[in-house]
Design a protein. Structure first.
Length: 387
C-alpha cells in the first residue's frame, strides 16, 4: 500500500499548504494537492493558562473539562471561569516525558462518574513505567475529588529512563473496550517482544481485564493484552466515523508516521522505519520488509505529534471525518485527509508554540493545549471558525 512521505515547508509557506508527497521508500511522486487554501480558517482566543498541560476531556454538557498537568495536578476547568484542583490524584514520577498523562471519561460517565488517568510511576531502583487507573469524580460546589482510584494496568517491565511512555487512552466507539498506547520507553527491542507490553497498543475491558477475543489471548501473560505491536512512541489514536482505527507516533530521526490499526498487525519498529537512529545508523525502510504493516503517511522532517482526533463536528464541515494533529516541534495544527484506507496531509497552520493536544468540544469548536517549555506556553486556546 502507498504511504506519503511529506516534507516541511518554510514557515511563511505553511498556511494552507500541503507538503510534498512521496511513496514510503522515498521515490519521487507528484506533489499532493492541498484541500485547505487561503487564509487561516479559524480564530484563536486564549481562554486559560496552565502549567505543563498534557491532556483534556470535556464533561457532559461541555461547560467543564478536566485538564492534566504533567507535574501531577488534575484541574477541573469551567468555560469562561477558573480552574480548581481535583484532589485524590496519584503520585507521579515527574521528569523528562513522564508525569501525569491522559484523562478520559468512562462511556457511561453520566451515570457512574468514572474517569481514567494515565501517569508515570516509580519502580524499584532507577526504574519507572506508565500506569492507568480509574476512579470516581465527585464535584461538590467549589471542590472536586477523585475517589476510589484503582490501578488497572501497568507497563511491564519497568525500565530506566524517562522517555516514550505514550500512555494515551481511548474507548472503542461501542464503549466495550479500552485501548492504551504504550511506548517503547526508548529501549527499541521491547516493541517486538511478546513478553513485554512496551511498543504496543493494548486492548482491555473497562475494568482492566483482558478480552477473550484479543488476537494473542491464548498466549496468556502480557501478550494477551496486545492488539498491535512494533510501535515506537504512539502518542495519538482515534476512530473515524467509518470505523477505521488510526494511530500516529513519533518516529526516530525522521519518520513520524500515521498507521491504519489492524487487529494483530506488526508495524515493524525497530526493524524497519522511514527514519534513522539519532546516532546516524540507518534503519531499513518499510518497503524492504513487506511482512510488516507500512504507514499510510510519514513525515521527514518530523512534526512531533502530541495526540490526534478525528473531527466529527459541524462548525468546521470541511474537516468532518478527517484527522487533526497538534505538532510539538512543528508548532502547528495539521489537517490529515482520511479517505478510506488512504491518508495524506492536506493542510498545516503555524501556531507559534509547541502544541500538545487538540480536543473537540461538544459544540464542535476546538481547543488546543500549548506545551509548557522553558517558561513559555501553557495556554488553552479556543478555535472557532473565521469570518
Amino acid at each position: 500500500m502507498r504511504a506519503f512521505r511529506t516534507f516541511a515547508l518554510p514557515a511563511l509557506a505553511l498556511i494552507g499548504c500541503t507538503a510534498n508527497g512521496g511513496v514510503a521508500d522515498g521515490n519521487a511522486a507528484a506533489q499532493s494537492e492541498p484541500q485547505d487554501t487561503g487564509a487561516q480558517p479559524f480564530r484563536v482566543q486564549p481562554v486559560g493558562q496552565f502549567s505543563e498541560p498534557w491532556a483534556m476531556a470535556f464533561l457532559p454538557g461541555g461547560r467543564q473539562a478536566l485538564i492534566t498537568e504533567k507535574h501531577g495536578a488534575l484541574k477541573l476547568w469551567t468555560v469562561g471561569g477558573a480552574a480548581i484542583d481535583v484532589s485524590g490524584v496519584p503520585q507521579v514520577d515527574h521528569g523528562g516525558q513522564g508525569g501525569l498523562g491522559d484523562v478520559i471519561l468512562h462511556p457511561e460517565f453520566a451515570t457512574n462518574n468514572i474517569i481514567y488517568l494515565s501517569w508515570a510511576e516509580a519502580g524499584e531502583g532507577d526504574t519507572r513505567g506508565a500506569a492507568v487507573g480509574r476512579g470516581r469524580l465527585v464535584v461538590d460546589g467549589n471542590a472536586a475529588r477523585l475517589e476510589g482510584l484503582q490501578v488497572i494496568w501497568r507497563q511491564q517491565p519497568k525500565v530506566t529512563g524517562r522517555g516514550h511512555y505514550a500512555h494515551r487512552l481511548l474507548f472503542s466507539p461501542d464503549g466495550r473496550h479500552l485501548f492504551i498506547s504504550s511506548g517503547d520507553r526508548q529501549k527499541f527491542d521491547p516493541a517486538q517482544d511478546m513478553n513485554a507490553n512496551l511498543g504496543k497498543i493494548l486492548r482491555l475491558n473497562p475494568d482492566g481485564s483482558v478480552p477473550a477475543d484479543n488476537p494473542f489471548a491464548d498466549r496468556g501473560g502480557v501478550a494477551a493484552q496486545i492488539w498491535v505491536l512494533g510501535l515506537r512512541n504512539p502518542l495519538g489514536f482515534a476512530f473515524a466515523p467509518d470505523g477505521r482505527f488510526w494511530e500516529i507516533e513519533m518516529g526516530p530521526e525522521g519518520g513520524d508516521e500515521l498507521n491504519l490499526v489492524q487487529r494483530g498487525a506488526n508495524y515493524g519498529y525497530p526493524i524497519v522505519s522511514d527514519g534513522d537512529h539519532y546516532d546516524g545508523r540507518p534503519i531499513p525502510d518499510h518497503s524492504t520488509r513487506p511482512e510488516f504493516a507500512a504507514p499510510k503517511v510519514t513525515w521527514t522532517p518530523v512534526i512531533s505529534p502530541g495526540n490526534m482526533i478525528v473531527y466529527t463536528g459541524d462548525l468546521f464541515p470541511q474537516w468532518r471525518g478527517d484527522a487533526l494533529v497538534p505538532g510539538l516541534s512543528s508548532e502547528a495544527l495539521i489537517h490529515v485527509d482520511l479517505d478510506g484506507d488512504a491518508a495524506r496531509e492536506a493542510g498545516r497552520w503555524p501556531m507559534g508554540a509547541r502544541i500538545r493536544e487538540v480536543e473537540q468540544a461538544p459544540d464542535g469548536s476546538l481547543y488546543l493545549l500549548e506545551d509548557s517549555r522553558e517558561g513559555r506556553g501553557g495556554r488553552l486556546l479556543h478555535l472557532t471558525p473565521a469570518g
